[in-house]
Design a protein. Sequence first.
Length: 74
Amino acid sequence: MGFLLRVHSVTLYDIVHSCEIHRALIVEPLLLEIKRSQLHWFGHVSRMPTKRLARQVLLTKPTGKQPSGHPRTR
């Protein structure tokens, strides 16, 4: 938010809501940008051949049960 304040030439002493700054600078929410990046990566991996390790890991479904309790320490 500090970066956006400097870009919009606003100081902390000016009473401006953050939503107004976002609207003025046309900034997308961070979660939307993360989701877009994840979908971009998913599309990239889904077009890979099935023998590639990244595609195999993406399509793998876990089998069996996880052990209950805390992991054992040595």
